[in-house]
Design a binder for this molecule. Structure first.
Ligand SMILES: NC(=O)c1ccc[n+]([C@@H]2O[C@H](COP(=O)([O-])OP(=O)(O)OC[C@H]3O[C@@H](n4cnc5c(N)ncnc54)[C@H](OP(=O)(O)O)[C@@H]3O)[C@@H](O)[C@H]2O)c1
Length: 290
């Protein structure tokens, strides 16, 4: 873990050899409805991405499956040539069909194509971090991941990828990946109300591996909780901000990638994530997902 050199809440973390702000940004929601097609407000989407960089955020999460290709093109249009120190994390393992579905694509040839496509679309020679997204839209599924992860490890050895991670993965799949090559992060579904990975987070923290919760604010069904609202009201803060502050205080290896298509929400979320929650606040919030 790195020391804090940023004014953003949470300070920094080191992914392999790459320092990132623990307050990052998830670009998925910049695409059109259902994560398909362009955004209604392209200039607004570009403005959010420029604000992300201007605020000093150095971790952006994306995937070619978003749009498809839309968020990667927006990131490139807004930020290329990329600011020094910006880490763009992407994912492979699923594509999109014409109906907006997310079919699995994890044969070696799919994985190779996805890595080369991400490099092209982002305008990069090397991808900082590639997560292998396993399971499917229905959730996690115990199934072998070796062939796909070995392909990513080969691409890493060929110099196309700096660091590897796993996403939507079970503990057994994470261990299988680690038997092939080191991973620097796990990106799974987790938030105040969805606590399946509590034990996993602690185990990864012991290993110095980052845990990156997706849907930190509930994703397509935003977090709704009377307890969260009560704590937020007591603190004079927005509930979403409190949910992010809770994640930052939950474990030092948690990196935030909340999504938003609004500069105002981005700023509000940074302010909220910087709240210091008291032991009583934490204990009360802890009851939500238990
Ligand atoms: N690995 C995977 O399988 C996987 C799956 C899903 C997502 N992800 C990644 O995780 C990132 C985060 O997930 P997510 O963006 O889907 O969900 P999220 O961060 O949990 O929530 C985003 C939603 O919350 C709303 N929001 C944000 N700030 C708000 C505020 N202050 N007040 C009210 N509403 C607010 C946003 O709407 P506005 O636009 O109106 O702000 C947006 O609809 C994604 O961007 C993506 O990079 C990964």
């Amino acid at each position: 873990m790195g020391t804090s050199t940023t004014t953003l809440p949470g300070g920094t973390w080191t992914l392999g050899d790459l320092a990132v702000t623990r307050f990052g940004y998830g670009a998925m929601q910049l695409a059109g409805p259902g994560v398909m097609g362009p955004p209604a407000d392209r200039d607004g989407a570009l403005a959010v991405l420029r604000e992300v960089a201007d605020l000093g955020i150095t971790h952006i999460d994306t995937a070619d499956a978003y749009g498809p290709v839309i968020t990667n093109e927006l990131i490139r249009a807004a930020l290329h040539p990329y600011p020094q120190g910006l880490v763009i994390a992407t994912k492979v393992g699923a594509v999109r069909d014409a109906q907006g579905g997310w079919p699995v694509a994890r044969r070696p040839e799919d994985v190779r194509k996805a890595v080369h496509d991400n490099l092209d679309h982002l305008g990069l020679d090397v991808l900082d971090l590639v997560n292998l997204r396993v399971g499917d839209v229905a959730g996690r599924r115990e199934e072998p991941i070796a062939e796909a992860f070995e392909t990513l490890a080969e691409l890493q050895q060929h110099g196309l990828i700096r660091h590897l991670g796993m996403s939507n993965a079970t503990p057994a799949q994470i261990a299988e990946a680690q038997s092939i090559a080191p991973i620097v992060c796990v990106q799974n579904h987790y938030n105040l109300a969805h606590r399946e990975d509590d034990e996993l987070i602690d185990r990864l923290a012991e290993q110095g591996i980052a845990y990156v919760p997706y849907f930190p604010l509930g994703g397509f069904t935003p977090l709704q909780s009377a307890t969260l609202e009560a704590v937020a009201a007591r603190l004079g803060a927005a509930p979403m901000g409190v949910a992010l502050a809770w994640l930052l205080q939950r474990s030092p290896n948690i990196l935030l990638i909340p999504g938003t298509s609004s500069v105002a929400h981005l700023r509000e979320n940074i302010a909220g994530a910087g709240l210091t929650l008291s032991p009583d606040d934490l204990a009360e919030l802890d009851t939500i997902g238990r």
